[in-house]
Unconditional design. Structure first.
Length: 743
């Protein structure tokens, strides 16, 4: 029995008080079929002496409330014990005493129907349970199993329908074309068999051939040849249309995935559990929806074949189809059981697979190449990679081995039954009950029928399995966008008052420490504000919160008087130009690199040049082989690699090209030399006029000129003022300034 049905038979019923009565919701199936999971029993209070054998008694056993049938009341010495047993249980419960009794069930509700234990059908079940329990339990178990699979199948198809509506949007016409081909493919093999039968019967007809018989034979021969031709052609036609459908479904799936990625909260990327889900979604997207489509088509084809085949069986020996069905049962059970097991295994393996992928990236990725050579650590990561791979392989192998064994048994069973049916057909021919053509027809129909049934159940099992995988993808798409999406108000443009932060507290989702505690500050409109502080003091976190990438835990951020959470994030980000500490390197042309800064306006080469000049990279770009058209980076052919400082300047040029009224610069000069930093500061001062600028740095030289400097320490602001004021107060800033002076 499957895990699920085993669980179901555990008693975990729950007792609760309604206004008028005490109710018991059945969580198990140990009283099946009298009481079923989900039924609500009304528990009548009763005195122990009122109980009779056969009653459904409600009692407390090991902290659980159980409703089982009373089988015996035993009085020994001065003690009375009650013996009960579930109608579907093979063993009695532990006997209990009167104190454990809560009452008995006389009435119960199933869906909307009310039944009492005196109803004829319920009384009959009680009689069977008390007298023929052992005989009926296998039937009950079988019925429960059928119900379980039926429900599983129904749920799967409902979710499959929902998923396909999303993933297959816009591809309906292509799907219909493919479905038509599938129907033709389903019918063709049987048509061929029928024509073969007719041909054989015509050829073996003992009547002396005449013109009409000859022309009939010719007709059958030509038709058979045409069908053969069509059968061969349909495969090619199918592959053409399937390719078109796959392409559309793939495009749509990638569109959904990439769109979701673009709006997801950054916190998703920092949560290990969600990264696993993301990993699975990324892995699935390229093939799973397409696979499901082709399985659906396979199902259509098999169903068509099945209908034709049933008609053929019905026309001659209909009962033989039963043998075929029985032959297939073990194979189907194996398929279904192992599809669930495969999914569970893959889900459990997902976190370690990601870990393995990470080690592989260390061993093969360029960012690690220098250290890998210098420190010679490749062996360590290779061994880690191998040990995970071995473990994964071991688990997979043991599952595959047991599946193989089960399949061998299932196939042996099927082959035995098929050959038994064939023997029967030969017998029928010998007795003259059927023609030689019919034997041939049956032989092929049997052979084809077996594959049709196999295909049908396989595609059903695969559909359910693949849909379970696709559900991961759907779950990923359904992730809520907490920080980014909400808020419909447009940000003030330009800011009049500025940005006000009050009592801000923030903690990263997976972290156990606050990154910011009770931060309050003002960023007046049109002024330049700087955040300084040691590594880890919370400067970058503050910038990310100002951009609305995360929701604060407490406190508020206001742009003029509008709360950040109420702002339309897309419109807000449209007003911000930013350079992040971990700026991105794009292996595209220099031009495109700069223009990514503002994709909404048409490309403006003069403005791009100006931005490059302000960032101090114009000269370098002009000297490149194709000037601004040169491909940057060395990922692709003919790319020109830049130094990290030059890349940082490109990121700055990108921000300058955007030319928005709010500027956030997080360590914009971390990779720049002294002269470049000076030039950047000059540009910032010039471009930052009338803009609201926030600059983050641990270098004092970068921030001295700011109107207000906030000094952060361990997530709090410890000092604020301009350079002169802070120097005069001789506090943390002063110390940092002196320590920095030599830089
Ligand atoms: P700074 O920019 O001042 O160097 P950060 O704002 O990057 O500092 O970091 C502030 C604190 O938040 C640090 O203690 C750091 O460990 C923590 N932190 C930063 N990023 C994350 C993250 N993605 N997840 C969890 N903790 C983080």
């Amino acid at each position: 029995m499957s895990d699920k049905t085993e669980n179901q038979s555990k008693d975990e019923s729950e007792l609760y008080h309604d206004k008028q009565a005490v109710m018991l919701r059945m969580h198990g199936n140990s009283m099946y079929p009298t009481l079923q999971e989900g039924d609500i029993g009304i528990v009548g209070k009763c005195r122990p002496e009122d109980l009779e054998v056969g009653d459904i008694v409600v009692f407390k056993s090991k902290e659980k409330i159980v409703a089982h049938r009373l089988m015996k009341i035993q009085a020994q010495a001065l003690m009375v014990t009650y013996m009960t047993q579930g109608d579907k249980n093979l063993h009695p419960d532990i006997p209990f005493i009167a104190e454990a009794i809560k009452g008995k069930i006389t009435t119960f509700q199933r869906k909307n129907a009310i039944k009492t234990v005196n109803d004829g059908s319920v009384r009959r079940l009680a009689f069977i349970a008390t007298h023929f329990r052992r005989i009926v339990i296998p039937f009950y178990n079988f019925a429960l199993r059928v119900r379980y699979y039926n429900k599983k199948l129904k749920d799967s198809f409902l979710s499959l329908h929902k998923n396909m509506k999303i993933v297959g949007k816009g591809t309906q016409r292509q799907f219909l074309k493919n479905a038509f081909i599938a129907v033709v493919q389903g019918v063709l093999p049987f048509l061929l068999i029928i024509f073969m039968k007719l041909l054989i019967d015509a050829l073996t007809n003992p009547i002396v051939p005449n013109v009409s018989i000859w022309s009939n034979q010719m007709f059958l021969l030509v038709m058979t040849a045409l069908l053969f031709l069509l059968n061969a052609l349909i495969t090619v036609i199918k592959s053409y249309y399937m390719e078109r459908l796959s392409y559309s479904v793939k495009c749509r799936s990638y569109e959904l995935l990439q769109k979701k990625h673009s709006e997801l909260d950054l916190s998703m990327y920092e949560n290990a559990g969600q990264q696993d889900q993301m990993h699975r979604a990324d892995q699935e997207v390229g093939f799973r929806p397409v696979k499901i489509m082709s399985e659906l088509l396979m199902l259509i084809k098999s169903l068509t074949s099945l209908l034709v085949m049933l008609a053929l069986f019905a026309s001659i020996q209909w009962y033989l189809v039963l043998l075929l069905v029985i032959a297939i049962v073990p194979s189907v059970v194996v398929q279904w059981q192992y599809s669930g097991k495969r999914y569970l295994l893959s889900k459990n393996q997902s976190p370690v697979e990601r870990e393995m992928g990470y080690y592989n990236r260390i061993l093969t990725g360029f960012p690690f190449a220098k250290e890998l050579r210098l420190f010679g650590y490749s062996g360590i990561f290779h061994n880690r990679f191998l040990s995970i791979e071995e473990k994964l392989e071991k688990d997979k192998k043991s599952l595959q081995q047991s599946e193989l064994k089960a399949n061998v048994f299932a196939q042996l069973f099927a082959v035995f039954l098929i050959f038994a049916s064939l023997a029967y057909l030969v017998y029928l021919k010998m007795t003259g009950a059927i023609t030689i053509g019919s034997v041939v027809l049956f032989f092929f129909v049997f052979q084809r029928g077996f594959s049709v049934f196999m295909e049908l159940f396989q595609s059903l099992a695969k559909l359910v399995e693949d849909n379970t995988f696709l559900n991961d993808f759907m779950d990923f798409l359904n992730n809520p966008v907490k920080a980014g999406g909400i808020g419909g108000k447009n940000p003030p443009s330009p800011l009049k008052k500025g940005i006000k932060v009050e009592n801000l507290r923030f903690r990263y989702e997976m972290s156990k420490r606050d990154a910011l505690t009770s931060v309050s500050l003002d960023i007046p409109a049109g002024k330049t504000v700087a955040f300084v502080g040691a590594n880890g003091s919370g400067k970058t976190t503050l910038i990310k919160l100002l951009c609305g990438f995360y929701l604060p835990l407490e406190g508020s951020i206001r742009y003029d008087d509008i709360e950040l959470k109420d702002l339309n994030k897309e419109a807000l980000r449209g007003q911000i130009m930013a350079v992040f500490q971990d700026f991105a390197l794009y292996n595209i042309s220099a031009n495109e690199n700069i223009c990514l800064g503002d994709v909404k306006k048409p490309y403006n080469p003069d403005q791009a040049k100006k931005a490059a000049e302000s960032a101090g990279i114009a000269e370098v770009l002009e000297r490149l082989p194709d000037g601004y058209q040169t491909l940057l980076g060395n990922l692709f052919k003919n790319g020109e690699e830049l130094s990290i400082g030059q890349w940082q300047k490109i990121a700055i040029a990108r921000a300058f090209y955007r030319d928005s009224p709010i500027v956030f610069m997080d360590e914009p000069s971390s990779a720049l030399d002294v002269d470049s930093e000076k030039q950047l500061l000059g540009s910032l001062k010039k471009l930052g006029k009338n803009k609201t600028v926030v600059i983050v740095s641990h270098r004092m030289s970068t921030v001295q000129w700011a109107d207000i400097i906030y000094v952060l320490d361990q997530g709090s602001i410890v000092e604020s003022g301009n350079h002169e004021e802070l120097m005069a107060s001789r506090g943390r800033y002063y110390d940092m300034y002196l320590a920095n002076k030599g830089e």
